[in-house]
Design a protein around this ligand. Structure first.
Ligand code: FE2
Length: 430
């Protein structure tokens, strides 16, 4: 599983761009409160800051060249968000904005979450669109956008120097490109993709994924990565029998993960699933990078993030419902994004360091689902947060989860084969 706001991630390493010395704005007199940066391409890019402000966060993007005016201003307060153009006398002309979806957790919180909040502004001169969002820099997390007309083209083309004021000199991260579209969650090969798929953006090929996801994909997408091997044809059925039958190894193991294995609460039990690790820890992922997860019927995960790691998930048997959310924040209910998707056998989905980071998985079918989860940090991640964060189903608080192992794959294979061949529970139990 996986911290949207434990945002100690690749994102927060020292910026590689050279900071620019900028003329101080007439409205911002305390330079110590300002984070400074510059768009890598004039009129294009995404500006993000992590802030603990309980008052306001103000983005100011100036013109390159001799005069900084008019300045693009995005101001977020406890109860408002506004886009405007500011002239040299400090007069603001509002830019007409459109709310894309309501804020799950209102604007700038009056009590800052322990891990702060990420705010971002995307500048897209190609499509004449400005976007504001929170948490992860992806289109799904856009909260407000402004569509501009062609009269502002020249102004947009010269937006470059950036100041962000939150009263505490926030670190500013610039991404080279604006937030425009999100890749779909389902991954296919180039042999499978059709013109209509491309047109409707209903799947993506592996080639569009972050490099860390591409490596994971190639390791697990092969036809022999399957439960259907000639030496154990009943593997998937054996797993289903084991996790759904009292006394069998899988069912006993699931019960042993509950607080009181001898008196299991059904709701707690249905939040348990098996993590069967494959191979060893290679030092570039939260926990062992390859994990087979076993989801009995009606079992589910809590809402969780993935420590900003990339991931690829392949469905080996059955089907799993995936629901995505905005962020894991203590004391706040995550906001659901879009509609859940049911991924069937052989489908592959992915998680990027800024895409699909927060989800919940649930087996809504009567057949046990087996998935293969694969994790890796991106090459520019120098922090390696090895814990996921989840929302506790009862308390609704945020809690850490260290990716663990219930069993190695080799031992699990032995137990399942024994139970299948002998038509009874493995004698020594978990
Ligand atoms: Fe997950």
């Amino acid at each position: 599983m996986a911290d949207a706001l434990d945002f100690c991630n690749p994102f927060w390493e020292k910026p590689k761009f050279k900071k620019t010395t900028l003329a101080m704005s007439s409205r911002i007199s305390d330079l110590a409160s300002i984070g400074i940066a510059a768009l890598a391409i004039d009129g294009k890019g995404t500006i993000a800051v992590k802030s603990w402000s309980t008052d306001s966060v103000e983005f100011r993007v100036k013109q390159t060249g001799d005069t900084p005016y008019p300045i693009l201003v995005l101001k977020i307060t406890n109860s408002t968000v506004s886009f405007s153009q500011e002239d040299k006398d400090g007069n603001a002309t509002p830019l007409i904005d459109e709310s894309v979806r309501p804020e799950g957790n209102p604007y700038v919180p009056t009590i800052a979450p322990k891990d702060g909040t990420v705010y971002w502004l995307s500048v897209d001169r190609s499509n004449r669109v400005l976007r504001y969002g929170k948490h992860y820099t992806c289109k799904a997390l856009t909260l407000m956008e402004v569509k501009l007309d062609s009269q502002l083209d020249l102004w947009l083309e010269h937006l470059g120097p950036v100041e962000v004021d939150d009263g505490a000199s926030p670190q500013v991260k610039i991404s080279r490109l604006p937030v425009i579209v999100d890749l779909p969650p389902t991954v296919v090969t180039n042999e499978e993709v059709s013109l209509r798929d491309l047109s409707l953006r209903r799947v993506t090929t592996w080639a569009n994924l972050p490099e860390a996801c591409q490596k994971l994909y190639h390791n697990v997408a092969g036809k022999n990565v399957t439960l259907e091997s000639p030496d154990f044809e009943g593997f998937a059925d054996a797993i289903h029998k084991s996790v759904t039958t009292e006394g069998y190894w899988g069912h006993s193991k699931l019960k042993s993960k509950c607080k009181d294995p001898n008196n299991v609460e059904i709701d707690e039990f249905r939040h348990k699933y098996l993590r069967i690790t494959i191979g060893s820890h290679t030092g570039n992922s939260p926990g062992i990078p390859y994990v087979m997860e076993v989801w009995p019927p009606r079992h589910r995960s809590p809402i969780h993030d993935h420590g900003n790691a990339c991931a690829v998930i392949r469905i080996l048997s059955g089907a799993i419902q995936c629901t995505w959310y905005d962020a894991v924040i203590g004391g706040a209910e995550p906001t659901k994004l879009g509609e859940p998707v049911v991924l069937k056998k052989d489908k592959i989905t992915w998680i990027g360091d800024n895409q699909y980071q927060v989800h919940a998985l649930e087996n809504t079918k009567e057949e046990t689902c087996v998935t293969l989860q694969c994790y890796a940090f991106t090459d520019d991640n120098n922090l390696h947060v090895e814990k996921f964060q989840y929302i506790d189903a009862k308390s609704k608080d945020k809690a850490p989860f260290t990716p663990n192992s219930d069993c190695t794959f080799e031992d699990f294979y032995t137990y399942m084969k024994w139970e299948w061949d002998n038509k009874g529970p493995y004698p020594t139990g978990p």
